[in-house]
Write a protein that binds this ligand. Structure first.
Ligand SMILES: Nc1nc2c(ncn2[C@@H]2O[C@H](COP(=O)(O)OP(=O)(O)O)[C@@H](O)[C@H]2O)c(=O)[nH]1
Ligand SMILES: [Mg+2]
Length: 245
């Protein structure tokens, strides 16, 4: 697919990212400017107590390429993406959707590369730590174990071939998003990444991994909790046992 002027939407879910969000927005636009596309950022904030939403609202007043979806409370990472994708599809009608974290763990310098994958005809492009050339820095040993363990379980139990099934840095085609939104996912939190990838691969959509170097967050706190890990375990069991129609 060759698109003269592709529209890209970057979706960024936030919960207490006051110290990261302004820099992230600047870096995203910096890395996508001077290119043949029109880029927008949609921040999905869950009424962050630290005022992330207010900060973003101020930015939207002077930059009409930044959009804010404010939700009533902490409703989970996965449901934030679903709401952001649905809103973007009907209000901005993008050709390319990119999911990324607000904490600068996903370097914005990879954005053009991820977007390129969609223009090449892939429906899902994963920014992957576990393919040749990828990696992670400043991540604690237990986060590394959780990440590797989760990926191993996903491969063994769900037959997903991708090396980094838990990565949240992904580009999606409009086709992938339209498919995704037809389903009601059981995951509201982090395991959304697994459930959506399971769906894309069952649907037979072309998926590609591109290497990224992931950086552990420097500011603010990680939100991965025990309850997210339990939801992940239940999701694996559920996806193992459901019949895919
Ligand atoms: N809107 C919203 N964003 C969330 C929620 N949980 C996490 N996030 C955001 O999702 C991204 C990933 O979270 P993070 O804490 O960095 O996860 P980790 O790096 O995997 O430990 C960050 O941008 C968070 O602010 C949530 O419940 N709602
Ligand atoms: Mg993080």
């Amino acid at each position: 697919m060759m698109v003269a002027m592709a529209r890209i939407v970057i979706l960024v879910p936030t919960y207490n990212e006051r110290d990261n969000i302004s820099l992230l927005l600047d870096e995203v636009f910096k890395n996508l400017s001077n290119r043949n596309h029109d880029s927008h950022i949609v921040v999905i904030d869950d009424s962050s107590p630290d005022g992330t939403g207010d900060l973003v609202k101020k930015i939207t007043e002077t930059n009409d390429h930044v959009h804010l979806l404010s939700r009533a409370g902490k409703l989970g990472l996965g449901s934030a993406y679903i709401d952001g994708l649905r809103w973007s599809l009907s209000n901005l009608s993008p050709d390319i959707f990119i999911q990324m974290d607000a904490d600068l763990s996903h370097p914005p310098s990879y954005l053009p590369n991820l977007a390129e994958g969609v223009l090449e005809g892939y429906d899902v492009i994963i920014g992957s730590r576990y393919v040749k050339g990828g990696g992670s820095t400043s991540w604690s040993w237990y986060r590394r174990i959780i990440s590797h363990g989760a990926n191993l379980l996903v491969r063994l139990m769900l037959g997903i071939k991708e090396e980094d099934a838990t990565s949240g840095f992904r580009a999606l085609s409009k086709r992938a998003v339209k498919f995704l939104l037809k389903f009601t996912l059981s995951s509201r939190g982090y395991s959304y990444q697994i459930e959506s990838l399971f769906l894309y691969s069952k649907l037979g959509l072309p998926i590609k991994e591109v290497p990224i170097i992931f950086h552990g967050r420097k500011k603010g706190r990680a939100k991965l909790s025990i309850s997210e890990i339990l939801s992940f375990a239940f999701l694996l069991i559920r996806l193992r046992t459901i019949k895919f129609k």
